[in-house]
Design a protein around this ligand. Sequence first.
Ligand code: SF4
Length: 160
Amino acid sequence: MMAHSLSSEELARLPACAAIAAAKGLDERYLGDCAIRAFQGRHIVDICEALGLACDISTELVIQGGIGTLIMRWGGNQRTLAPSLLQQAAGAIATAAATAGRALTGRPVTVDAETRDRRLAACQACPLWRAAEDRCGACGCITRAKAALAASRCPEGRWP
Ligand code: SF4
């Protein structure tokens, strides 16, 4: 099934995050951080019950916060930390160096449109993709730019 990203409105309904919702309103980063901390060690059934959602073995819920992303599945949770600015800079420098190396050796620095579109489609179906910012939640890169560069790699190995 497609992953369901919990909205700010849904996160604000969690009793565990009521105080955050009262103080910060519907700010997704604060509510997401609260929900990640409250549910990262718990089973998906717990958050489904708290929100009145019907969940089964195929349900996949995604919580995005400032500290990273939590993907909750029946068989276990996956926590991805938001990349630090230092990690983002290191990744950008490595890609820039690899791109320059390709240019210097006469190899193409961008991929063809079909490959770029396949990569973008994978990102848009990825639970780590941050649609509002068009960013990868694992590396922090702007997805549209990242997908076009031949030297880019998906940090989660999700690109076809
Ligand atoms: S680069 Fe990979 S991990 Fe990042 S959003 Fe795209 S598919 Fe997901």
